[in-house]
Design a protein around this ligand. Structure first.
Ligand code: NAD
Ligand code: ADP
Length: 261
């Protein structure tokens, strides 16, 4: 498939995990890709894996820095003349949190600043260029943690619930300009973010448990999330907007009640 020939895509969090897999898939299908991440090391590694024939640029960016977002978007417009696809994927989890009675305000501000406000800022500056051409697709990476939470999930879960709601708001604001805005909600995927979880499980003979909460009985691969992001970014999804698609091996389909398995 070559669904993105000549299209220009910005992928945030492209220096690792799901963002890297998405950038590679977009490029393999013909897109010109802007790799954005705050990790220069990650950007270099992704760039080294890009198909040789692909046009791409790397840009160090903190999505929570409004001036930096504004500058990056205007540089991309200057260089490529158009922006067709925005993948708002940069995110931080900060590990697991103590109970709400022990939460720090600074943690909430940091997590919400990147995961939620960062996504809003990217849309704020990219969407006007899409509006000019009356076309565009935005895909946000939310999480199953934005659909349900759990003990110790606090600011991360709240940020991802916010991303799902932002997806609906932006879809409503931008639908009249033929701009679609959707989200994916990944379940557990092996990436940089979940390295500690996987390392711990492997070191403690608990690897079999990592996919145990998913109906497919396994955790996900970054490429499986990239496939869903690319679907939503493509014309195959031309009548889908404002939706948050779980890509979670069936995790959210189940009540996970004791005795039901
Ligand atoms: P990852 O840590 O491998 O990749 C995240 C990337 O985002 C990193 O390269 C990091 O440098 C970058 N980043 C973080 N903050 C940034 C900022 N302020 N500005 C620019 N770049 C920044 O993790 P991943 O799992 O690939 O994460 C991608 C997205 O998937 C995140 O939004 C995450 O919340 C979401 N997600 C992951 C899982 C999972 O199990 N891995 C589950 C649900 C949702
Ligand atoms: P443990 O006995 O080590 O807690 P679990 O199966 O409950 O084993 O989970 C292992 C780790 O994987 C935990 O840190 C848990 O939070 C995480 N985990 C399990 N399923 C998911 C999922 N669907 N999404 C995100 N993290 C998950």
């Amino acid at each position: 498939m070559m669904r993105f020939t000549e299209r220009v895509a910005i992928v945030t969090g492209a220096g690792s995990g799901i963002g890297r897999a998405t950038a590679l898939r977009l490029a393999r299908e013909g897109a010109r890709v802007v790799l954005a991440d705050w990790s220069e090391e990650g950007l270099l590694e992704t760039a080294a894996q890009m198909p040789p024939e692909a046009t791409h640029i790397e840009r160090k960016l903190d999505v929570s820095d409004e001036d930096a977002v504004k500058t990056l978007v205007s540089e991309v417009k200057e260089q490529f003349g158009q922006i067709d696809i925005l993948v708002n994927n940069a995110g931080i989890s900060g590990g697991s949190y103590p109970p709400v009675t022990e939460n720090e305000k600074a943690d909430w501000e940091k997590i919400l600043g990147v995961n939620l406000i960062g996504a809003m800022l990217m849309i704020k500056y990219v969407a006007p260029h899409m509006q000019e051409r009356q076309q565009g697709a935005v895909v946000n990476t939310a999480s199953v943690a934005g659909i349900r939470s759990g003990a110790g999930g606090n600011p991360y879960s709240a940020s991802k619930a916010g991303v799902i709601n932002l997806t609906q708001t932006a879809a409503c604001d931008l639908g009249g300009f033929n701009i679609r805005v959707n989200a994916i909600c990944p379940g557990l995927v092996e990436t940089g973010m979940t390295k500690a979880v996987f390392d711990y499980a492997r070191a403690n003979e608990k690897e079999h448990k990592l996919g145990a909460r998913c109906e497919l009985r396994r955790y996900g691969k970054p490429e499986e999330l990239a496939a869903a992001i690319c679907f939503l970014a493509s014309d195959d999804a031309s009548y889908i907007t404002g939706q948050a698609l779980p890509v979670d091996g069936g995790n959210t389909a189940s009540l996970n009640m004791p005795g039901m398995k």
